[in-house]
Design a protein around this ligand. Sequence first.
Ligand code: FE2
Ligand code: FE2
Length: 279
Amino acid sequence: MEDSKCPVTCKEEKEIKVLFVGDIVGSQGRKALKQTLPLMRQRFQPSVIIVNGENAAAGRGITRAIAREFFDMGVHGITLGNHTWDNKEIFEFIDEEPRMVRPANFPSGTPGRGHTVIKAGGKELVIINLQGRTFLPPIDCPFAKADEIVEEVRSKHKCILVDMHAEATSEKIAMGWHLDGRVSAVVGTHTHVQTHDQIILPEGTAYITDVGMVGPRDGVLGMERDAVLYKFQTQLPARFTVSEGKWHFHAVLIDMDESTGVSKSIQLIRLYEEDLLLA
Ligand SMILES: [Fe+2]
Ligand SMILES: [Fe+2]
Protein backbone atom coordinates (compact mmCIF):
# COMPACT_ATOMS: atom_id res chain seq x y z
CA MET A 1 0.00 0.00 0.00
CA GLU A 2 1.32 3.41 -0.94
CA ASP A 3 1.94 5.82 1.89
CA SER A 4 0.54 9.25 1.09
CA LYS A 5 3.57 10.73 2.86
CA CYS A 6 6.16 9.55 0.36
CA PRO A 7 9.34 8.52 2.25
CA VAL A 8 11.49 9.48 -0.74
CA THR A 9 10.11 13.01 -0.72
CA CYS A 10 10.62 13.27 3.04
CA LYS A 11 14.23 12.16 2.65
CA GLU A 12 14.86 14.68 -0.10
CA GLU A 13 13.44 17.45 2.01
CA LYS A 14 16.17 16.88 4.60
CA GLU A 15 18.90 17.59 2.07
CA ILE A 16 20.43 20.86 1.07
CA LYS A 17 22.04 20.70 -2.34
CA VAL A 18 24.45 23.58 -2.71
CA LEU A 19 25.76 24.63 -6.09
CA PHE A 20 28.92 26.67 -5.51
CA VAL A 21 30.29 28.35 -8.63
CA GLY A 22 33.95 29.44 -8.89
CA ASP A 23 35.24 32.97 -9.57
CA ILE A 24 33.15 34.57 -12.31
CA VAL A 25 35.44 36.60 -14.58
CA GLY A 26 34.13 39.59 -16.55
CA SER A 27 31.24 39.78 -19.01
CA GLN A 28 32.15 36.40 -20.54
CA GLY A 29 31.87 34.82 -17.11
CA ARG A 30 28.52 36.48 -16.48
CA LYS A 31 27.24 35.33 -19.85
CA ALA A 32 28.42 31.79 -19.10
CA LEU A 33 26.62 31.80 -15.76
CA LYS A 34 23.41 33.00 -17.35
CA GLN A 35 23.56 30.34 -20.05
CA THR A 36 24.53 27.56 -17.67
CA LEU A 37 22.24 28.03 -14.67
CA PRO A 38 19.08 26.69 -16.38
CA LEU A 39 20.95 23.47 -17.18
CA MET A 40 22.33 23.27 -13.62
CA ARG A 41 18.81 23.63 -12.24
CA GLN A 42 17.40 21.04 -14.59
CA ARG A 43 20.14 18.49 -13.88
CA PHE A 44 20.85 18.99 -10.18
CA GLN A 45 17.91 20.91 -8.62
CA PRO A 46 20.17 22.85 -6.25
CA SER A 47 18.47 24.31 -3.17
CA VAL A 48 21.03 27.08 -2.83
CA ILE A 49 23.27 28.71 -5.45
CA ILE A 50 26.37 30.60 -4.30
CA VAL A 51 28.90 32.25 -6.64
CA ASN A 52 32.25 33.91 -6.10
CA GLY A 53 31.96 37.37 -7.66
CA GLU A 54 35.32 39.00 -6.93
CA ASN A 55 36.27 39.26 -10.65
CA ALA A 56 32.81 39.87 -12.08
CA ALA A 57 33.33 43.52 -13.12
CA ALA A 58 35.92 43.32 -15.92
CA GLY A 59 38.05 41.09 -13.69
CA ARG A 60 38.13 43.60 -10.86
CA GLY A 61 35.55 43.54 -8.11
CA ILE A 62 31.80 43.77 -8.49
CA THR A 63 29.24 46.53 -9.04
CA ARG A 64 25.72 46.94 -7.67
CA ALA A 65 24.22 46.25 -11.13
CA ILE A 66 26.21 43.02 -11.51
CA ALA A 67 25.24 41.81 -8.03
CA ARG A 68 21.61 42.50 -8.94
CA GLU A 69 22.10 40.66 -12.26
CA PHE A 70 23.32 37.59 -10.35
CA PHE A 71 20.37 37.67 -7.93
CA ASP A 72 17.96 38.08 -10.85
CA MET A 73 19.47 34.93 -12.39
CA GLY A 74 18.54 33.03 -9.22
CA VAL A 75 21.84 33.24 -7.33
CA HIS A 76 21.20 33.29 -3.57
CA GLY A 77 24.56 34.46 -2.22
CA ILE A 78 27.85 36.01 -3.38
CA THR A 79 31.32 35.59 -1.89
CA LEU A 80 34.32 37.79 -2.67
CA GLY A 81 38.09 37.84 -2.07
CA ASN A 82 41.24 39.91 -2.51
CA HIS A 83 39.63 41.87 -5.38
CA THR A 84 36.71 42.99 -3.20
CA TRP A 85 37.68 46.68 -3.25
CA ASP A 86 38.91 46.95 -6.86
CA ASN A 87 35.70 48.55 -8.12
CA LYS A 88 35.10 51.62 -5.96
CA GLU A 89 31.33 51.34 -6.34
CA ILE A 90 31.47 48.51 -3.79
CA PHE A 91 31.67 51.05 -0.96
CA GLU A 92 28.25 52.43 -1.96
CA PHE A 93 26.35 49.18 -1.50
CA ILE A 94 28.30 46.50 0.39
CA ASP A 95 26.80 47.47 3.76
CA GLU A 96 23.26 47.30 2.37
CA GLU A 97 23.54 43.87 0.72
CA PRO A 98 23.03 41.06 3.26
CA ARG A 99 23.45 38.31 0.63
CA MET A 100 27.09 39.22 -0.14
CA VAL A 101 30.17 38.49 1.99
CA ARG A 102 33.78 39.67 1.83
CA PRO A 103 36.67 37.98 3.68
CA ALA A 104 35.79 37.96 7.38
CA ASN A 105 39.42 38.30 8.45
CA PHE A 106 39.86 41.75 6.92
CA PRO A 107 40.70 44.18 9.77
CA SER A 108 37.81 45.06 12.09
CA GLY A 109 35.89 48.12 10.94
CA THR A 110 36.12 47.09 7.27
CA PRO A 111 32.83 47.72 5.39
CA GLY A 112 30.54 44.79 4.68
CA ARG A 113 30.20 41.46 6.49
CA GLY A 114 32.27 38.28 6.60
CA HIS A 115 29.43 35.85 7.10
CA THR A 116 25.69 35.77 6.56
CA VAL A 117 22.69 33.44 6.56
CA ILE A 118 21.31 32.64 3.11
CA LYS A 119 17.63 31.67 3.00
CA ALA A 120 16.29 29.90 -0.07
CA GLY A 121 13.09 27.90 -0.48
CA GLY A 122 12.78 27.16 3.23
CA LYS A 123 16.45 26.14 3.55
CA GLU A 124 19.12 28.02 5.49
CA LEU A 125 22.85 28.02 4.80
CA VAL A 126 25.48 30.09 6.56
CA ILE A 127 28.21 31.29 4.21
CA ILE A 128 31.56 32.45 5.57
CA ASN A 129 34.26 34.07 3.43
CA LEU A 130 37.90 33.85 4.57
CA GLN A 131 41.13 34.88 2.88
CA GLY A 132 44.53 33.20 3.19
CA ARG A 133 47.68 35.10 4.19
CA THR A 134 50.28 33.15 2.23
CA PHE A 135 51.35 35.12 -0.91
CA LEU A 136 48.51 37.56 -0.17
CA PRO A 137 48.35 40.69 2.04
CA PRO A 138 48.96 40.04 5.76
CA ILE A 139 45.47 40.36 7.19
CA ASP A 140 44.05 38.84 10.40
CA CYS A 141 44.40 35.10 11.05
CA PRO A 142 41.79 33.20 9.02
CA PHE A 143 41.96 30.20 11.38
CA ALA A 144 41.21 32.25 14.50
CA LYS A 145 38.48 34.15 12.67
CA ALA A 146 36.95 30.88 11.48
CA ASP A 147 36.88 29.59 15.10
CA GLU A 148 35.20 32.77 16.27
CA ILE A 149 32.44 32.73 13.62
CA VAL A 150 31.82 28.98 13.69
CA GLU A 151 31.46 29.10 17.47
CA GLU A 152 28.93 31.91 17.09
CA VAL A 153 26.77 30.40 14.35
CA ARG A 154 26.81 26.69 15.25
CA SER A 155 24.36 27.07 18.13
CA LYS A 156 21.66 28.11 15.65
CA HIS A 157 22.71 26.66 12.28
CA LYS A 158 23.77 23.22 11.10
CA CYS A 159 24.72 23.88 7.47
CA ILE A 160 27.73 26.12 7.05
CA LEU A 161 29.83 26.69 3.93
CA VAL A 162 33.24 28.36 4.01
CA ASP A 163 34.76 29.96 0.90
CA MET A 164 38.50 29.87 1.69
CA HIS A 165 39.92 32.35 -0.80
CA ALA A 166 43.66 31.68 -0.89
CA GLU A 167 46.71 31.30 -3.09
CA ALA A 168 48.51 28.50 -1.27
CA THR A 169 47.07 25.00 -1.61
CA SER A 170 48.59 24.13 1.78
CA GLU A 171 46.72 26.90 3.56
CA LYS A 172 43.42 25.76 2.05
CA ILE A 173 44.04 22.10 2.90
CA ALA A 174 44.97 23.15 6.44
CA MET A 175 41.69 25.05 6.73
CA GLY A 176 39.79 21.97 5.59
CA TRP A 177 41.33 19.92 8.39
CA HIS A 178 40.91 22.77 10.90
CA LEU A 179 37.16 22.92 10.28
CA ASP A 180 36.42 19.23 9.61
CA GLY A 181 33.34 18.26 11.56
CA ARG A 182 32.50 21.84 12.46
CA VAL A 183 31.24 23.09 9.06
CA SER A 184 29.52 21.36 6.16
CA ALA A 185 31.98 22.48 3.47
CA VAL A 186 35.28 24.26 2.89
CA VAL A 187 35.65 25.24 -0.76
CA GLY A 188 38.74 26.98 -2.09
CA THR A 189 38.64 29.85 -4.58
CA HIS A 190 41.10 32.39 -6.07
CA THR A 191 43.47 30.33 -8.21
CA HIS A 192 40.85 29.92 -10.98
CA VAL A 193 42.03 26.36 -11.70
CA GLN A 194 39.76 23.51 -10.63
CA THR A 195 41.53 20.89 -8.54
CA HIS A 196 40.63 17.21 -8.54
CA ASP A 197 40.95 16.60 -4.81
CA GLN A 198 37.29 16.85 -3.80
CA ILE A 199 36.62 14.72 -0.75
CA ILE A 200 34.39 14.25 2.25
CA LEU A 201 36.80 14.56 5.19
CA PRO A 202 36.52 12.01 8.06
CA GLU A 203 34.21 14.12 10.22
CA GLY A 204 31.83 14.99 7.35
CA THR A 205 33.11 18.23 5.86
CA ALA A 206 33.11 18.46 2.07
CA TYR A 207 36.40 19.86 0.79
CA ILE A 208 38.04 21.01 -2.44
CA THR A 209 41.22 23.06 -2.83
CA ASP A 210 39.87 25.16 -5.70
CA VAL A 211 36.51 25.19 -7.42
CA GLY A 212 37.88 26.87 -10.57
CA MET A 213 36.51 29.80 -12.59
CA VAL A 214 33.78 30.82 -15.00
CA GLY A 215 34.82 32.87 -18.01
CA PRO A 216 37.28 32.98 -20.90
CA ARG A 217 39.32 29.79 -21.20
CA ASP A 218 41.86 30.83 -23.83
CA GLY A 219 43.61 33.41 -21.67
CA VAL A 220 45.60 33.00 -18.47
CA LEU A 221 43.20 32.58 -15.51
CA GLY A 222 40.68 34.57 -17.55
CA MET A 223 43.00 37.44 -18.53
CA GLU A 224 44.20 38.21 -22.04
CA ARG A 225 47.29 36.05 -22.59
CA ASP A 226 49.59 38.37 -24.57
CA ALA A 227 49.85 40.90 -21.74
CA VAL A 228 50.46 38.13 -19.21
CA LEU A 229 53.16 36.57 -21.41
CA TYR A 230 54.75 39.99 -21.93
CA LYS A 231 54.96 40.56 -18.18
CA PHE A 232 56.41 37.11 -17.49
CA GLN A 233 59.04 37.50 -20.20
CA THR A 234 60.07 41.12 -19.64
CA GLN A 235 59.26 41.62 -15.92
CA LEU A 236 57.86 45.00 -17.00
CA PRO A 237 54.48 46.33 -15.88
CA ALA A 238 51.56 45.34 -18.11
CA ARG A 239 47.87 46.17 -18.07
CA PHE A 240 45.77 43.01 -17.87
CA THR A 241 42.33 42.89 -19.45
CA VAL A 242 39.77 40.09 -19.52
CA SER A 243 40.31 37.68 -22.39
CA GLU A 244 37.77 37.03 -25.12
CA GLY A 245 36.70 33.80 -26.82
CA LYS A 246 34.84 30.77 -25.57
CA TRP A 247 34.12 30.22 -21.89
CA HIS A 248 34.50 27.39 -19.43
CA PHE A 249 32.43 26.85 -16.29
CA HIS A 250 33.56 25.26 -13.04
CA ALA A 251 31.49 24.54 -9.96
CA VAL A 252 30.82 21.92 -7.30
CA LEU A 253 27.58 20.40 -6.09
CA ILE A 254 27.55 19.56 -2.39
CA ASP A 255 24.82 17.46 -0.79
CA MET A 256 24.39 18.29 2.90
CA ASP A 257 22.18 16.64 5.50
CA GLU A 258 20.04 19.46 6.76
CA SER A 259 19.49 17.96 10.21
CA THR A 260 23.17 17.29 11.02
CA GLY A 261 25.13 19.60 8.70
CA VAL A 262 27.20 16.61 7.57
CA SER A 263 27.98 16.51 3.85
CA LYS A 264 27.26 13.31 1.98
CA SER A 265 28.85 14.09 -1.37
CA ILE A 266 30.78 16.66 -3.35
CA GLN A 267 30.69 16.50 -7.12
CA LEU A 268 32.87 18.34 -9.62
CA ILE A 269 31.16 20.21 -12.45
CA ARG A 270 33.15 21.31 -15.48
CA LEU A 271 31.52 22.52 -18.67
CA TYR A 272 32.78 24.00 -21.93
CA GLU A 273 30.71 26.42 -24.00
CA GLU A 274 30.35 23.78 -26.74
CA ASP A 275 28.98 21.27 -24.20
CA LEU A 276 25.82 23.33 -23.87
CA LEU A 277 24.91 22.40 -27.42
CA LEU A 278 25.06 18.73 -26.46
CA ALA A 279 23.05 19.14 -23.27
FE1 FE2 B 1 41.28 36.29 -5.72
FE1 FE2 C 1 39.51 35.38 -8.58
